[in-house]
Design a protein around this ligand. Structure first.
Ligand SMILES: C[S@@+](CC[C@H](N)C(=O)[O-])C[C@H]1O[C@@H](n2cnc3c(N)ncnc32)[C@H](O)[C@@H]1O
Length: 537
């Protein structure tokens, strides 16, 4: 399938002429010229176009034109809408009268005449890159866009799809350094096709201003000046994070480290794969597979069955390695939490917040068929995924799932366990490079609620530990208030527990002064994670 689709669209010829002349940019860049050998998409979009614009006159119906939009941009724009508005996305389409309210891809198909499942691998990768990058850089991009709008109202009242198209264009020009003329041309066309000619003109005017300013090296970036608050706001815009995160990290890590952390969060994430030893797949077997797929990798320095890949995850997925259960995508930082638990064959273990089961399955593989793991979670859907994965990975004989609220389960339960893992619900502040949208979904107020829940779950989990047994509290957060502070508060409430130093279970480099396990993204080039190993007297 061609990278650029020809769309047969019913529009006034005059509209088309106007739209072409309004964009003084031509897509003449060599890299884009090749994309222009578009195959025509036989699916006519006349009826969908008509439904958006009202009934067409006879002259309109007979004047069919070919327009080209790049499918990855169109799909990216609509996907960004769904991510930002979630369930409200369908209503939004109805309100604006541009869709019947079903799913995003139905909307793309009706409006633009192609289906996401028809996208080529290359386009799918572009969608991933553009969506991830545009979300990460949202605050920064919006600052630039609003600075280049006529007035504040133009920006604040901008219709959502138009804003997404502009964000994509700004991201491509400023952060991806793509050929600006091609980007302007393609995004203008997308705005015209997906919205109306006037929207295309607006995209054209704003993107052209941007290109000019970029060429003159005078982008309207915020200055790092004024008091702490003003500087935090400027940093938040420059590195595109919420202000409260900048203030928190500046407080706990210092300004320089906070900046490095934000830069890390904005970089392309790398992934680790775990060879599925439960199914008899060794790391060497996985390496052979990756070699044949031409996916570059590096063996983990810390875990014998892990491999790091910077690119090629799509290839791994498409080759069916995950579907066949030959390997799992699991960050080494999560693998090291399992090392802190140190599951041994024959042990009775309970994983208290288990779903979707990354750690449960890895722990089960370390039991080598001897022992048992009870996996509790309050979320039925996620627990179902865990159950299916256990089956796929052939560890379902040692894993039992329990759908329950841990706080209620532990009060009624009389059984105690050798080892208890509490991988607590947390802010996820250690995984922001992988979870591009998470930074915008977390609020400072969430932290207080989370800490209360973490304390309650910690107390509940402690009831399940047998005398002499082990309790591991872990998070994928780098925030001391969710980590060390929760453990200190727990130890004050529970003097029957003491710290078992993490040094025996993970490399020294990952052990804090308080003898907990801690991976820090900038230092270890992994996700952030924390684990405290406690023993009951
Ligand atoms: C950080 S995630 C666990 C990730 C999991 N350990 C893994 O490695 O794949 C936290 C989990 O806690 C569960 N949870 C939250 N509140 C709970 C409760 N009161 N009882 C049991 N599970 C709960 C959530 O549904 C979520 O699946």
């Amino acid at each position: 399938m061609a990278e650029v689709f020809s769309l047969r669209l019913l529009l006034f010829t005059s509209n088309h002429r106007a739209s072409r002349s309004s964009s003084s940019y031509s897509s003449s860049s060599s890299s884009y010229k090749s994309l222009k050998s578009a195959k025509s998409n036989p699916k006519p979009t006349a009826s969908t176009s008509a439904s958006r614009r009202g009934p067409l006159s006879v002259s309109q119906k007979t004047q069919k034109l070919n327009l080209e939009v790049s499918p990855h941009r169109a799909v990216s724009a609509v996907r960004l809408m769904r991510i930002e508005f979630g369930g409200a996305f369908a209503d939004l389409l109805n309100e604006k009268g541009k869709g019947s309210g079903d799913n995003e891809m139905g909307y793309v198909e009706r409006t633009l005449g192609f289906r996401t499942r028809d996208l080529e691998d290359r386009d799918l990768r572009l969608v991933t890159d553009i969506v991830g990058g545009t979300i990460r850089w949202r605050r920064y991009l919006d600052h630039l866009i609003s600075s280049l709008c006529h007035d504040d109202k133009t920006f604040s009242s901008m219709e959502p799809l138009l804003l997404q198209i502009l964000r994509i264009g700004f991201y491509e020009i400023v952060k991806l350094n793509m050929p600006p003329y091609a980007v302007v041309d393609e995004n203008v066309r997308l705005a015209k096709v997906a919205l109306r000619p006037g929207a295309g003109n607006m995209v054209n005017a704003i993107l052209r201003k941007l290109v000019l300013l970029k060429e003159q090296n005078s982008l309207p970036e915020p200055k790092l000046e004024g008091d702490d608050r003003a500087q935090a706001r400027a940093l938040a815009t420059l590195y595109s994070h919420p202000v409260w995160m900048v203030r928190r990290w500046t407080k706990y890590l210092g300004k320089e480290e906070a900046i490095k952390l934000m830069a890390w969060n904005n970089s392309d994430p790398s992934f680790s794969l775990r060879a599925n030893s439960e199914k008899g797949i060794s790391r060497a077997d996985l390496e052979t597979k990756l070699n044949s797929l031409k996916v570059p990798y590096e063996p983990s320095l810390h875990l014998s069955d892990f491999i790091r890949i910077k690119t090629g995850l799509q290839t791994v997925i498409q080759a069916g390695l995950l579907k066949e259960g030959l390997c799992s995508v699991q960050d080494e930082s999560a693998g090291l939490v399992v090392s802190v638990v140190d599951p041994q064959p024959g042990e009775k273990i309970i994983d208290c917040c288990a779903a979707p089961g990354g750690k449960t399955i890895y722990m089960a593989s370390r039991l080598k068929g001897q022992g048992m793991i009870s996996a509790i979670d309050i979320n039925k859907g996620r627990l179902r995924i865990l159950k299916e994965t256990a089956k796929l990975h052939q560890v379902d004989d040692v894993v039992t799932t329990i759908h329950a609220d841990l706080r209620i389960f532990s009060e009624k339960n009389t059984v105690t366990y050798d080892k208890v893992l509490l991988d607590a619900p947390c802010s996820g502040l250690g995984v922001l490079s992988k979870r591009a949208d998470l930074r915008w979904n977390r609020r400072l107020e969430d932290m207080e609620e989370l800490k209360k829940l973490q304390d309650e779950l910690f107390d509940a989990a402690s009831l399940l530990v047998k005398p002499g047994g082990v309790l591991v509290y872990s998070t994928c957060s780098i925030d001391p208030e969710e980590n060390e502070e929760r453990v200190s508060a727990f130890l004050l409430r529970h003097p029957e527990f003491h710290v078992d130093p993490a040094d025996k279970y993970v490399p020294h480099d990952f052990v804090t002064a308080s003898r907990f396990y801690f991976s820090l993204p900038v230092k270890h080039s992994l996700d952030g994670a924390f684990a405290a190993r406690l023993v009951r007297s």
